[in-house]
Design a protein around this ligand. Sequence first.
Ligand code: TYD
Ligand code: MG
Length: 456
Amino acid sequence: MAKAQVKYTCSACAASFTKWSGRCDSCGDWNTIVEEKPLSTSGPAKKTLGGMRGKQVPLSDLSTKEAPPPRTQCGMGELDRVLGGGLVPASAILVGGDPGIGKSTLMLQAAARFATAGLKTIYVSGEESSAQVRMRAQRLGLGDAPVQLAAETNLRDILTTLETEAPDLVVIDSIQTMWADNVESAPGSVSQVRAAAHEIVTFAKSRNVAVIIVGHVTKDGQLAGPRVVEHMVDTVLYFEGERGHHFRLLRAVKNRFGPAQEIGVFEMTGDGLSEVTNPSALFLSERDKPTAGSVVFAGIEGTRPVLVEFQALVAPSPNAQARRTVVGWDGGRLSMILAVLESRCGIPFAGLDVYLNVAGGMKVSEPAADLAVAAALLSAREDTAIPKDCVVFGELSLSGGLRPVNQTENRLKEAQKLGFSSAIAPSRSKAGDGTGMQIRYMDDLVGFVGEVFGAG
Ligand code: TYD
Ligand code: MG
């Protein structure tokens, strides 16, 4: 039987009827029932959305004063800053990262801190048993934190528990282990991960629970990665770092409640992750004498200046095809800089292997690092060191010109704080006088090569 179409609606109480009457059966008002005309008439009436009317939604204007969300700080400054100044109630946060990078460790520490700060916190582990999580907590010295644990993967059971317990914060570790029984595919598959994340986020929003979802970055296509759920959450954080290095970066790639690209720096120690409040010192700690190929870049990560060291090695290639190897910087951008050096400055790299590395395992994505990369490449090729006390920054255009970058003054201040006394910057940079640095302004790459490396 075809479903009877709603044709008439009460304008007082919005009850729907299939035929007209003088009095609304629902609210009892007279003469309030009106016929619903379809919104549009194009196409078959049943198929188009305009074939049947919906409810009118209330509209509001932009001038309504909304109080800023009351945030909870966990006390780990690095994490609070990446969150945009603390945890916003009922927000959904995704924490992605490679397996083994330290996500569970960080989230357990965060859960303990938030619980101590007064939030009712539940940590749901789908990967480890409660005993394992407890053992880890004890090793991290968090045994006394008022965090409730659950080792469970069945999403229906988890949501039922959360409904009864009504926590302020839930950590789901990890989304790939969660299993929604209404979806017929294995945990970790794209449809399971998507459905589970959707359930969790909708539940959390409707019950006013903040939720942190942990997701493993996966290399093969069988398992769904955290990217699948990025659009559903308010905040996306990636936990990155090189296996061989001790420090880890927590990077905000999306944040509805704060600046994106903000980073928090942590160090993996024997008892968990500890904060690194002055990352520049960490990234630069091994510099003692000037070395050819090494250049310090004054960068900005999020709202914070960070100094990082670019290292380049240029050597004659034994192969027909010269190598271009990059760690911590974009390979395409390196090719572009090599091309600019070759065609605008006449400095060829053909037949030379080029290796570029960002020291300490840091990843840099700012175009402002172009000049530092060019300087490192030239310095390595010419075997001429850049002065040890000098920082470099500036964006290169394909014409070989140097473009000014943002936050020049912050970059210079950070450099000065760490004992640098001179800088090379694009000529239209706006630097205040207060920095006390000796700054050499450059118009283009040709000028830079002439000034720093003689005629090139
Ligand atoms: P883990 O948090 O389990 O990673 P993820 O959840 O991202 O898969 O961290 C695992 C690694 O961290 C493991 O190799 C051991 C190391 N680790 C420490 O070095 N110190 C510690 O205190 C802890 C708890 C872990
Ligand atoms: Mg884990």
